[in-house]
Every structure is written in structure tokens, then in C-alpha cells.
Design a protein around this ligand. Structure first.
Ligand SMILES: Cc1cc2nc3c(=O)[nH]c(=O)nc-3n(C[C@H](O)[C@H](O)[C@H](O)COP(=O)(O)OP(=O)(O)OC[C@H]3O[C@@H](n4cnc5c(N)ncnc54)[C@H](O)[C@@H]3O)c2cc1C
Length: 417
């Protein structure tokens, strides 16, 4: 008998999991399968967190309620794990963008370049043409704007990158650091598949159905519309918290910066835009994109259609936090919260909100599996489970005096304010 099994025979633990999103569902399932009693809390009236899908009442279309979610990964174990609970239908993410009344293919590729400049370049010709346009005088770009000009020149930057980036982050690309645009955002072929990952797909019955199957275990009890508050951890052997890190401490050190989204729903009788996601790159159009949800599940063949216009803005106290901004100015505040989290006994902070990082779904599942395994091995070995397996900031930054914080754990999103 293994050490872990010997330990489990001795004691069933009472575990609280805060959040019924992918992080909470996977951790809860793994610990339930190991024999522990798992209580899962969520403030919302539904499971699946931000991946939640539901049928639109009017059209019957499966809607991605908190914005479009496309599953993609190179992680075979994560892919196999999720396929235990759901059949994934083939789906390739092909995004279009509207610029000054014309529709182009994204990411910027040979088709985009030829269409935009009215040319019929072959790959090498396009490469040489873009090299001519690129601003070679910028050798050490500090900002997103400088990096873009250095890569693709002013025409493509202003048409495809400037307005969209400004709308998404609420500030000029001249204020954003160059690190956001790490690579040349151009392909010199006609490949318009947004992701390079080996496995891509859409859950046949939606993400919420998939998560409900993950949660379907005799040792799991779900408490919806129930907020978990700091202090309740004394009722449990351990807590896995996937809510906002600053929220756990009642925002005592202030609020970490997030962008939030507003969705404007409208319906259409037929096919509104011919694709799932249409970006709008012009700064004069207030929304960033339109999602036509029925294109995520084409096998369902619906006649009616439901679309969401998506608007991005700063996240207020009553808004849903979507994208962590990770301003350089947030570093000290984040370090304070992280330091407090480490002092919290029997709580592990997980997921996109608990660790204040943007995480794709596959990374979320990978981290959740690793977290559950680490917990089981820590218990078997009599070790303490850490507050973070994946810290929001480099550990040395919150383990030292706050006044002297280095900033390397942040993405230095904004150059100046
Ligand atoms: C607009 C958008 C689009 C995205 N698109 C993609 C995509 O195409 N592909 C991809 O791979 N990933 C995508 N993602 C990322 C994906 O949403 C995340 O990977 C995933 O949601 C993370 O799951 P989670 O469980 O960590 O967090 P969440 O899904 O946010 O779940 C956390 C849950 O905790 C609950 N909660 C918080 N505090 C409390 C409390 N005190 N008590 C009880 N419950 C609480 C919340 O209600 C929430 O349901 C996208 C994200 C966004 C914002």
C-alpha cells in the first residue's frame, strides 16, 4: 500500500473549494476522488466560472456568457483529462477584423498584406516589403508603439494595432511597454489559424456541461449563491481559494487593477457576420469585437442568431474582474497581499483571480491538477501546503521588506501614468 493510501485510510479531510470555475472544479474532483469530503462555494447562481455557457432563450444558441472561449493546448494530459468529461468538436479559431469599412484576415498574414496594400506578393516579396516599411531607426523600443513601428511600420500599426490596443487597455499604445508585443505580429503565408496548438476544440454540450460532469462526484457538495468569507477556513482542514486575492482580504490594501467587459446583446434572423469573432480595429468604433455565438457550434445548425458587442473599460468595485492589468504601480500592493496570503494558515490561492494572472483554460487545468497532487503528497508526507504553488509575483518580492521591492515579477504594463 502506498504512503498516500495509508494516510487516506487514516483520515478523511474536510476541504473547502472557493469558486466553481475550472480551477475549483478540477481541484475538487481530484480531492474527492482521493476520498476527501469537498464543499464547493460560488457566489454566482451557476457553475463553470467565466467559462460558463448557456442556451440563449430566444434563439436556442449556446452562448459563451462571459466572452468567447476557445480551448487550445499542447498539453496531452490536460486534453485527455477534459476528454473524460466531454467530447470536443473540431474548432479552429479564425478571426476577422474590420478596418475603415473593409474586412481583413487575422493574425496579419499574406492575405491581409496583399489585400491592404492591393498587391499580389509571394512570401519573400512580402517579407522584403514589410522590412522596407519597418522603422529601422528604432533600435531599442521602450513602448508598444515603438515596437510595432519597428516591426511593421506606420500603416499596418495604425490600421490593425493602434485603435484596438487603445480600446482594450484604455490607454495609448505609446504608454504600454514594448514587452506586450514580443514577436513580429505578421505571418508571411496564408495560415489564419489563430493558435498553433496541437489540440483545439469546442465542448460539444458547452463548458458548463463539461464542468458539471467534472463536479459530478459523491464526495462533492456544491453551494451556489454562497459567498465564502475569510474566517470560515476554521471549519475546514484546508481551503483552495480561486476568488480575487484582494477580495479575500476585503481590499484592505486597495484594489488590484483589472479591466472589465460589457456585452450588448442583439439578435439577427440568419447569419449576421459569417464568423464567430469579428474585431473592430478603428478607435472611432467604441466596441472591440462582435461575437456571433452560433459559429462556435456549427454542428447545431441554428437559423436564428445571437451576437454580443464587447466593450472594454476599467473595472469598478461592483464589476466583474476580467483581465488583470498588472500595472507596475500594482507591484507593491500585490506584494502586500501575497505576503498576507502566506501568513494565512491552511489556505492555498489558485486560478486566475487567486493568483492575479491571465491564464488560458488549459493552463488553469494544468495548475489545478498540479495543485491537487501537491496537496495529496504534502499530506502524505506530513508537509505544509504552501499558500501559492504559482505565486502572483516572484516570492522574493513579498518575502522581503516592502519598501525595497524590485519589480521584475510584474509585466510593467504601463510605462508611465
Ligand atoms: C473574456 C475572456 C475570454 C477568454 N477566452 C479564453 C479562450 O478563448 N481560451 C482560453 O483557454 N481561455 C480563455 N480565457 C481564460 C479563462 O476564462 C480562464 O482560464 C478560466 O476562467 C479560469 O478559471 P478559474 O476557475 O481560475 O476562474 P473563474 O472562472 O473566474 O472562477 C472563479 C469563480 O470564483 C467565484 N468566487 C469568487 N470569489 C468568491 C467567494 N468569495 N466566494 C464564492 N465564490 C467566489 C466566482 O464567482 C467565479 O465563478 C478567457 C478569459 C476571459 C476573461
Amino acid at each position: 500500500m502506498s504512503g498516500a493510501n495509508r494516510f487516506l485510510q487514516r483520515r478523511i479531510e474536510k476541504i473547502a473549494v472557493v469558486g466553481a470555475g475550472l480551477s475549483g472544479a478540477v481541484i475538487g474532483r481530484e480531492l474527492a476522488e482521493a476520498g476527501h469530503a469537498v464543499d464547493i462555494f460560488d457566489t454566482r447562481a451557476h457553475i463553470a466560472g467565466n467559462c460558463h455557457t448557456e442556451r440563449d432563450r430566444e434563439t436556442g444558441v449556446m452562448v459563451h456568457v462571459y466572452g468567447p472561449h476557445i480551448f487550445h493546448t499542447d498539453d496531452c494530459e490536460v486534453w485527455d483529462y477534459l476528454n473524460r468529461f466531454q467530447t470536443f468538436m473540431p474548432y479552429k479559431n479564425r478571426v476577422k477584423t474590420t478596418v475603415k469599412g473593409q474586412v481583413y484576415s487575422l493574425p496579419i498574414n499574406l492575405h491581409t498584406i496583399n489585400q491592404f496594400f492591393g498587391k499580389a506578393f509571394r512570401p519573400d516579396e512580402a517579407r522584403a516589403f514589410i522590412a522596407e516599411l519597418a522603422d529601422g531607426s528604432i533600435s531599442n523600443p521602450a513602448t508598444f508603439e515603438e515596437q510595432a513601428l519597428r516591426f511593421v511600420g506606420r500603416e499596418l500599426y495604425e490600421a490593425f494595432l493602434k485603435g484596438y490596443t487603445q480600446k482594450q487597455w484604455g490607454c495609448s499604445p505609446a504608454e504600454l511597454p514594448s514587452s506586450i508585443l514580443k514577436r513580429l505580429p505578421v505571418r508571411f503565408n496564408y495560415d489564419d489559424n489563430y493558435f498553433f496548438h496541437r489540440y483545439q476544440g469546442m465542448p460539444q454540450h458547452g463548458y458548463t456541461d463539461m464542468v458539471s460532469r467534472i463536479l459530478d462526484h459523491a464526495n462533492i457538495t456544491i453551494h451556489l449563491e454562497t459567498r465564502f468569507r475569510r474566517g470560515q477556513q476554521t471549519d475546514f482542514d484546508h481551503v483552495f481559494y480561486s476568488g480575487p486575492l484582494d477580495g479575500y482580504f476585503d481590499y484592505e490594501c486597495g484594489r488590484l487593477g483589472y479591466r472589465t467587459l460589457d456585452f450588448e446583446r442583439f439578435t439577427y434572423d440568419g447569419d449576421y457576420q459569417g464568423c464567430a469573432v469579428m474585431n473592430y480595429a478603428d478607435a472611432s468604433v467604441p466596441y472591440t469585437r462582435v461575437t456571433e455565438h452560433k459559429h462556435f457550434s456549427r454542428w447545431e445548425d441554428r437559423t436564428g442568431s445571437v451576437c454580443y458587442r464587447e466593450f472594454s473599460r476599467a473595472c469598478g468595485a461592483d464589476d466583474i474582474p476580467y483581465y488583470p492589468i498588472r500595472l507596475v504601480d500594482d507591484a507593491e500592493q500585490l506584494a502586500r497581499y501575497a505576503a498576507r496570503a502566506v501568513e494565512e494558515l491552511s489556505v492555498t490561492f489558485v486560478g486566475r483571480l487567486g493568483t492575479y494572472r491571465y491564464l488560458d483554460m488549459d493552463v488553469t487545468v494544468r495548475e489545478a491538477l498540479d495543485t491537487a497532487r501537491r496537496y495529496l503528497s504534502a499530506r502524505a508526507g506530513g508537509d505544509r501546503m504552501p499558500a501559492f504553488l504559482h505565486p502572483p509575483i516572484e516570492p522574493r518580492e513579498f518575502a522581503r521588506e516592502y519598501a525595497d521591492l524590485p519589480r521584475s515579477g510584474m509585466e510593467n504594463l504601463r510605462v508611465s501614468r
